[in-house]
Ligand binder design. Sequence first.
Ligand code: ZN
Length: 477
Amino acid sequence: MSLQAFTKEYMAQHAAYFEEVSRFIFHHPETRFEEYESAKYLADQCEAHGFIVERGVGGIETAFTATYGEGHPVIGFLGEFDALPELSQEPGSTEEKRWDRHIGHGCGHNLLGTGAFAAACAAKAYMEAHDLPGTVKFFGCPGEEGGSGKTFMVREGVFDGTDLALTWHPSPSNSIMSVSTLANIQVFYRFKGVPSHAANSPHLGRSALDAVELMNSGVQYLREHMPDQARIHYAITNTGGFAPNVVQANAEVLYLIRDVTTERVMALFERVNKVAQGAALMTETDVTFEIDKACSNYIPNRALERILYDSLTEIGIEPPTEDEKRYAQGIFESMSEAEQKDYLGVMKGFGYVGDGSEFAGKYVSDSISPYEIPTEILTASTDVSDVSWIMPTAQLSTSTSALGTPLHTWQMTSQGISSNAHKGMLRAGASMALTALKIFENTDLLAPIRDEFTAFSQENPYTCPIPEDVKPSPLSK
Ligand SMILES: [Zn+2]
């Protein structure tokens, strides 16, 4: 049996099981670094499949590895499973219906983790049956959403010894995710002032909240004078209390600073620091900062992407059913006119190439985008990037949602365990497994992958953007 036939058949035979795994994670949504149930469940599944599981790797409770086989090549599959606050939603609905729990899988990571796990299982099954040398490694990667979990794992050496990494992301598009992404750093700024009675002795008070407001104003002016692709966002995480008649002595604002490289992020970070110092000077308060997390920009490996693209094409697409088409239409129609108009914009972020003409009259993709080396950059960030700096990495996307569905929306959560989503998940799993098996069977394929990676890394040595003393921080911190 060909590798292609084997992987397709493996996924078909085990579809019900993997769908169950995805459903479990969907129904136990947990936010970054607190994915206790999801991580335990997924690690238990790996163990039940005969992988050697190591839990709590890199000093992160919810990170784990699952290993099968011996020697090189060591091929890693990266699986995420964290969810998002405020994005609970009844699955399968075409209107916004929140569940009582507030956390939900608005980025499809229940599918992501399960698809990567399915790929590892399929690769293992074939290697076992054919006595193939090499190692399959599934990485249970927590805290992708705002946590840069993989960047911490890279810093702690969790990926050391792995030859290459494969992963994917749910989206409306079947394509290779070849676009680079923005590096970022997330920093808390804490202002400390002097409390006083706001009416009785205002001259004695020094307001930390004023300092936060002035810092935000200063950064608004800075925005006009930054590079085009740079982005700065903020959230006020402590306003200093609820009493207007007390001068707020403590206030905190969290900044997320992005640009095309870590070097440029650090330069922009320095400028934001100056604004913070200026705000402190104006208000006679003190300011300190604490780095929360950071990640690098993504470095695609074209040689590995080409194999992954061929594999996706060989696995192909089962046409959507009438029910799936109807549901996709309902979801599409629930989006705003602006979102509908920009549906290709969302898909281009996932590597879609084209003018959308093949989607005329359709609401869900039933085709594979051509693979072209992109000229643009995706103005978002991912912690897969740090893995891509230390080993050849490739990512694909498969259509698990209606055309144009933006990530981090109730529509994304709603489609999280739909039959179309599960088909896409298994398509991604099969494509990654097939890619890995081609390399296990013919290790000559590794040479161009490695050459490309070495050429890049010799010119661009990696430095982890997260300082040694920074620890992963859960949302509830
Ligand atoms: Zn995501």
